[in-house]
Design a protein around this ligand. Structure first.
Ligand code: PRP
Length: 211
């Protein structure tokens, strides 16, 4: 048997949806479901090996070719960019990037340079550049909603899924930046060297997604 196709999966929310997708393809994901603390796991009848990694690292591993493919959110792709192919919109992990601010404030009023807190500085920078608006960007690692509440920022650029986190913290969406969902990506060399296997897998995935 040829060496397995190695696929990096973003741990957490996307992991669960990806495993469900693989099971719909008829793959046996028992090893992933019973993984314990193991990070590299076989999908027994699919000739696939799954690598569990943080979102940014999924891109790093695919870019460097140590993983042939990856499942990662469009949010991470937009922030990291890089040299790989985006193959399929998997349709799960749906949310959006949004600009949000304290409820009842007029974010665009006034002439001072706005402070923006975000986990996604590149996305935020491009968004405000597209508006021709000069802003100061502060990188925050998590719970970005805190920044306007603590007075560190006028607004945030962050992921909004249900909107509950914003609502419960007295914030509201000012503007949607872009929709997000999980994507299947491929290493550029793997796509040439293992074209048939990758195309077969993508064909199966697309068939299941259409159902
Ligand atoms: C994400 C995001 C928001 C929240 C939005 O955070 O950064 O905080 O989810 O979800 P909601 O609209 O459904 O409330 P995550 O849970 O990934 O944690 P983090 O803020 O620590 O990164």
């Amino acid at each position: 048997m040829t060496k397995p196709l190695r696929i990096a999966l973003t741990k957490g929310r996307l992991e669960k949806d990806t495993v469900e997708l693989f099971e719909r393809l008829g793959f046996d994901c028992t090893a992933v479901r019973e993984k314990g603390r193991r990070l590299i796991l076989p999908i027994s009848d699919g000739n696939i090996e799954v690598v569990l990694a943080k979102a940014n690292d999924v891109i790093t591993y695919v870019e460097h070719g140590v993983c042939d493919m990856g499942v990662v959110g469009k949010d991470t792709i937009m922030e990291m960019q890089g040299k790989f192919f985006e193959m399929v919109d998997l349709g799960f992990g749906k949310c959006r990037f949004a600009l949000a601010a304290k409820k009842g404030t007029d974010f665009y009023s006034g002439f001072g340079v706005k402070q923006i807190a975000t986990k996604y500085p590149s996305v935020a920078r491009r968004f405000f550049e597209s508006k021709g608006m000069d802003v100061d960007i502060v990188k925050i690692e998590g719970s970005v909603e805190l920044a306007p509440l603590l007075g560190l920022a006028d607004g945030i650029v962050d992921i909004v899924e249900t909107g509950v986190t914003l609502k419960e913290n007295g914030l509201e969406v000012v503007e949607t930046v872009m929709p997000i969902s999980a994507r299947l990506i491929a290493n550029t060399v793997s796509l040439k060297m293992r074209q048939q296997e990758i195309e077969t897998l993508i064909g199966k995935i697309e068939e299941v997604l259409e159902k």
